[in-house]
Design a binder for this molecule. Structure first.
Ligand code: NAG
Ligand code: NAG
Ligand code: NAG
Ligand code: NAG
Ligand code: NAG
Ligand code: NAG
Ligand code: NAG
Ligand code: NAG
Ligand code: NAG
Length: 826
């Protein structure tokens, strides 16, 4: 492929009457089918393309990506039949595609008015950014026309997207018709300026997804596209334009954003090592992304542990309760009857981490403060909600909603706060709940400090416990699962209690594999020879039998090569059990914390394990149909299959147990303390970023071969995270590497993993990367930001409760409910 292109360049330079460079066309010159323009840095090529000879298009594609990837098309709706097409600058100074040189029938033409200009002074140039520009020779700085102003389905870095208010130029994306037909398809991704600017994805004329408005960091509804680690975003909203430019911090990485034929916006990067495009992000992808999925005055929460994702906003109730009961939220909600919200002591309840409702009919004032904003909204009885227009300055600017609130989506972290108008009685009620939360928070802090003090006071005791825990907490071991085909949905089995009793020899001690956080695990042999692992749940799940089965069915459908496979369940005579495939290999902790078995894992294997866990977590957080927060990621919950591939277990337990029970349970498991993020330890708030924290700890444990809460090492007073941080800061990070690796590892790869681990354990949730960023950073050698110092509770245990507050993180309530936190009143 590459060779062929070299050849073409040679042909071009011989056959086409180009003077010096081959990245420009001047007046009187033309580009025939088969000729190519190559940009000066050899990044992009321009020429004719098309799978069938009777449909040829002029387009721009990557010159250095072997897989033909077209980023722009000129005559997309008007292909040339045959190879007679030419691209040239015509007598009016416009770029034009002619069907042939004789009849000069126009297939496509630029619209530069040239009444006063001399056509022969025009030149077109393919720049190394992928932009094809038309300019006058004498005025190279004045671009008359550029392909970047007329995007097709792709946005390249440095390409502006949005609206020029002076000229009315709207740069938006339209999909191709199909994979082989670049014609204008039915999907359109376009910015709209009504009210407060936001971006809509349309299918023909119906809205199917909305990004939300700009928060100052990113789109309100796309918190995972934070511009910190990998991509940059620059947003302009002034009198002349509203525009957005995507970039990538490491410009050596080839990246693009594309609206594909099935109406999905994809963010892709070219993975040189694998020679393929890798997806970093895509949208829309879950039901809550569907525009107005839940109807007016309701919130869509996929992390909701209840089975129905829609819930009415505070102060509202379902419009049609029967439909709502049948899980159809599309009719939305209405304000509760007899609720007085006009000059009657009303106030606002905060909804945290949400995509704010459709801003098409809002008012925005960029200079107003949040307090003034509240007053403004309170004064007008038809104002239903307000929010900050720019959260980056700690909340400035003001957006006010009048009437219906449509298309709200709940996240576990990121996004922004929305303040909803409620009556005095609702205000009192939510304020009571909120005080309850504060109490919970206080208890959390006390419990946290107590835990630290206990740990500090009982070093010797802990040592004993740790040794014992290493033995006991083996967790289940599950057989290697070869069918890695995610699309294969085997129906789950409901096992009979007798079958299970027989398989496990009446839950005999001989078959007991270990004691996990949720009960005991037994090995079992089914009569057909299959070996299973049975988790006998000791904690009552609080759910009825049918609900339990439903939940297990949903979770069993989650299939990924890095997740342990759930085969089914057994519910009978008050017993609840989960049945997994059995794996003869043990869990990760039995390897990495073991002096002899640890040497079986060389650096290559450990890196693969870190990578595999990251991919599994990414699947749970973003790619699975149920958005799942693990809440208890730790070494003993990662099992290894026969080829040492990691498989995450115990995911979805929060769904089975319900959030509170789950938390009560994990709190009881002392060892998990080391994996707890500060905001969870102190405030009880769990989010996807708390999982990221646990991942960071796990990553450091795999590299060092030490437990985070271990005290066996020399540095007795230090927790692993603080210990690694101290050495890393002094540029001695390689000192922490597990001595069992014997120095045989790629230093830069190890340092990179340590760096990523430290980024994950930063005290503030917003500073931590998302799992997709983690996966990207593991695969690409990009520059990483300097991590912030880990929270003190994880550095040393000689600190009293005072140090806890230094790590206080912004957090609200659990994701279990609607994340209602603070309350404003008059
Ligand atoms: C373009 O071609 C015409 C006819 O071949 C010639 O008269 C004219 O000088 C050329 N112009 C330039 C700028 O080369
Ligand atoms: C292209 O031209 C050929 C010959 O004139 C004709 O048979 C064919 O139908 C044309 N194809 C298209 C797509 O117009
Ligand atoms: C040029 O302008 C005409 C009329 O305003 C319009 O129909 C045509 O689509 C424009 N062409 C391009 C390439 O923008
Ligand atoms: C969208 O428009 C195209 C062309 O007008 C039409 O063929 C298609 O059926 C429409 N699709 C929908 C979903 O309305
Ligand atoms: C708006 O921002 C653009 C891009 O930064 C700039 O070129 C333009 O001059 C600005 N317009 C005003 C009125 O500030
Ligand atoms: C569009 O992108 C999505 C997400 O990456 C992918 O699943 C789908 O197959 C793509 N569609 C086409 C036609 O390539
Ligand atoms: C925006 O708010 C500022 C500060 O309160 C005020 O002076 C200004 O008049 C407001 N602008 C508009 C357009 O309402
Ligand atoms: C309240 O806001 C609405 C919508 O902007 C406006 O039409 C109405 O006049 C305002 N009412 C008062 C009393 O300011
Ligand atoms: C948001 O506020 C920050 C800090 O004041 C400022 O730098 C940024 O330009 C603002 N963003 C917008 C879109 O106004």
């Amino acid at each position: 492929m590459c060779q062929k292109k070299e050849l073409l360049i040679v042909i071009v330079s011989f056959l086409v009457p180009f003077c010096s460079s081959i990245d420009t066309i001047s007046f009187n010159q033309s580009l025939k089918d088969g000729d190519l323009l190559i940009s000066s840095g050899k990044s992009f090529a321009l020429g004719f393309f098309g799978n069938s000879p009777d449909k040829r298009y002029v387009g721009i594609w990557y010159n250095n990506v072997p897989e033909l990837t077209v980023v722009w098309v000129a005559n997309r709706d008007n292909p040339v039949n045959g190879t007679s097409g030419i691209l040239t600058i015509d007598s009016t100074g416009n770029l034009v595609v002619h069907l042939d040189a004789e009849t000069k029938t126009v297939a496509w033409r630029t619209n530069v008015s040239s009444a006063t200009k001399r056509a022969d002074s025009y030149t077109a140039k393919l720049e190394d950014s992928g932009n094809f520009i038309l300019f006058q020779d004498s005025k190279m700085d004045v671009t008359e026309w550029q392909s970047f102003d007329y995007p097709t389905n792709t946005l390249l870095p440095s390409m502006k997207y949005g609206i020029d208010k002076r000229t009315g130029l709207n740069r938006f994306l339209t999909s191709w018709k199909s994979l082989n037909d670049p014609g204008t398809g039915e999907y359109r991704y376009t910015m709209e300026l009504n009210g407060t600017p936001q971006v809509f994805l349309y299918k023909n004329s119906s809205r199917i997804w909305r990004t939300g408005s700009w928060t100052g960091h990113g789109w309100s509804g796309v918190p995972e596209m934070s511009p910190r680690f990998i991509f940059s975003l620059s947003y302009v909203d002034n009198d002349t334009e509203v525009s957005l430019t995507y970039g990538i911090h490491d410009s050596s990485i080839i990246s693009r954003m594309v609206l594909n034929e099935s109406g999905i916006v994809n963010r892709l990067t070219w993975q040189e090592s694998e020679q393929k495009w890798v997806q970093f992000w895509s949208a829309p992808k879950d039901p809550c992304d569907n525009y107005e999925h839940c109807g007016a005055f309701s919130n869509c929460n996929l992390f909701n542990l209840a089975e129905f994702e829609c819930s009415c906003l505070p102060g509202y109730e379902p419009k049609l309760s029967r439909q709502w009961f049948l899980r159809d939220g599309s009719h939305g909600c209405l304000r509760k009857k007899n609720e007085e919200v006009c000059n009657n002591g009303e106030g606002f309840v905060t909804l945290s981490h949400v995509k704010v409702p459709d801003t098409g009919a809002t008012r925005m004032n960029k200079s107003m403060g949040l307090k003034e904003c509240e007053e403004l909204c309170l004064k007008n009885c038809s104002c239903t909600a307000y929010a900050s227009a720019n959260i980056s300055a700690g909340g400035s600017g003001c957006i006010t909603w009048y009437g219906e609130l449509i298309d709200i989506k709940q996240f576990t972290d990121g996004a922004q706060d929305l303040y909803i108008r409620v009556s005095a009685s609702d205000l009192a009620q939510f304020s009571k709940n909120s005080r309850g939360h504060n109490r919970k928070r206080m208890i959390g802090i006390l419990a946290g400090s107590a835990a630290a003090i206990i740990l500090a006071l009982s070093l010797a005791c802990c040592l004993v416990i740790n040794i014992r825990r290493n033995d006991n907490e083996r967790s289940e071991s599950i057989a290697s699962y070869d069918g890695m085909d995610e699309s294969k949905h085997t129906e789950i089995s409901i096992f009979d209690l007798t079958t299970i009793t027989n398989a496990t020899d009446k839950f005999s001690d001989a078959n007991k594999l270990g004691e996990g956080g949720f009960g005991s695990v037994y090995k079992g042999h089914l009569t057909d020879g299959q070996v299973i692992a049975v988790k006998r749940l000791s904690v009552t799940s609080g759910q009825g039998t049918e609900e339990f089965k439903n939940e297990v069915t949903l979770i069993a459908r989650l299939q990924h090569r890095n997740l342990v496979r759930l085969l089914g369940c057994c519910v009978q005579r008050g017993e609840k059990m989960l049945v997994y495939e059995y794996m003869p290999n043990k869990s990760l902790d039995s390897f990495i914390f073991d002096k002899t078995k640890g040497s079986l894992l060389d650096w290559g294997k450990r890196f693969e394990i870190i990578h595999g866990i990251a991919r599994g977590m990414l699947y749970l957080h973003q790619d699975s149909r149920l958005r799942i927060i693990h809440r208890d990621l730790k070494a003993s919950n990662v099992l290894l299959d026969a080829s040492m591939q990691p498989k995450i277990s115990d995911f979805g337990m929060a769904r089975i147990f319900g959030g509170d029970q789950m938390e009560a349970n994990t709190n009881r498991v002392v060892g998990t303390y080391g994996y707890m993020s500060p905001e969870y330890a102190m405030v009880g708030h769990f989010s996807a970023k708390s999982d990221v924290f646990s991942f960071g700890v796990l990553c450091l444990e795999i590299i060092t071969g030490r437990k985070n809460n271990s005290h066996k090492d020399q540095e007795k007073s230090r927790h692993l995270v603080g210990y690694v941080w101290d050495l890393w800061k002094d540029e001695k990070a390689l000192d922490v590497v597990d001595p069992l690796l014997g120095g045989s590892y790629e230093a830069c790869e190890v340092l990179r993993c340590i760096h990523i681990g430290l980024l994950c354990v930063q005290p503030f949730t917003d500073d931590r990367p998302t799992m997709s960023e983690v996966v990207f950073m593991l695969c690409n050698e990009t520059n990483l930001p300097f991590p912030k110092q880990p929270s003190l509770i994880f550095r040393s245990e000689n600190h009293s409760s005072v140090t806890h507050s230094s790590s206080a993180s912004i957090a609200t309530s659990s994701v279990n409910d609607m994340s209602i936190s603070t309350v404003h009143g008059r």
